[in-house]
Design a protein around this ligand. Structure first.
Ligand SMILES: [Zn+2]
Length: 162
């Protein structure tokens, strides 16, 4: 009986290990660079968020205050992520949007690292970590709250795009 128990326990351990390996096997994204390349190209703060899933300090980003029309692009690869027209004041201290430019411009991954189930938002072009999406957004629109690190994005005012 004890042996069976040990065998089951070993199987459980094995399956846990294979899950850990799965999460390390990163999906291939169209823009793919080595960690050394990213580190050389990005600011230390942007690298920490985009490549190491860090979170910037609340209210630290200049992008929080942006109200003029324009597009927020990925600081790592330039992919268009969010637009001012979908930005709202969430009071959290992080730029918040009720939807991305297009659902195909971002990718979602389950994230349990915070001790509770959450959904990570990453750039669909380079796989860079952007933030998380929650279901407590504006009820009159999508109900989603994309809580995004400002340091992971650059803002392009609409007038500059033309
Ligand atoms: Zn990107």
């Amino acid at each position: 009986m004890q042996r069976i128990f040990i065998a089951i326990f070993s199987l459980l351990l094995l399956s846990c290990n294979s899950h850990a390996q799965d999460s390390k096997n990163q999906k291939e994204y169209p823009v793919s660079k080595s960690e050394a390349q990213w580190k050389a190209e990005l600011s230390p703060a942007a690298y920490k968020v985009l490549r190491q899933k860090g979170t910037e300090k609340a209210f630290s980003s200049e992008l929080n205050r942006i109200e003029q029309p324009g597009t927020f692009v990925c600081a790592a690869c330039g992919n268009e992520l969010y637009e001012t027209k979908n930005k709202f004041e969430s009071g959290t201290g992080w730029p918040s949007f009720d939807r991305p430019v297009s659902e195909s411009n971002v990718d979602y991954r389950p994230d349990r690292t915070g001790g509770f189930p959450a959904t990570e938002v990453v750039c669909a072009q380079c796989g860079g970590h952007l933030g998380h999406v929650f279901n407590d957004g504006p009820k009159n629109t999508t109900g989603k709250r994309h809580c995004i690190n400002g340091v992971a994005m650059n803002f392009l005012p609409e007038s500059d795009n033309r």
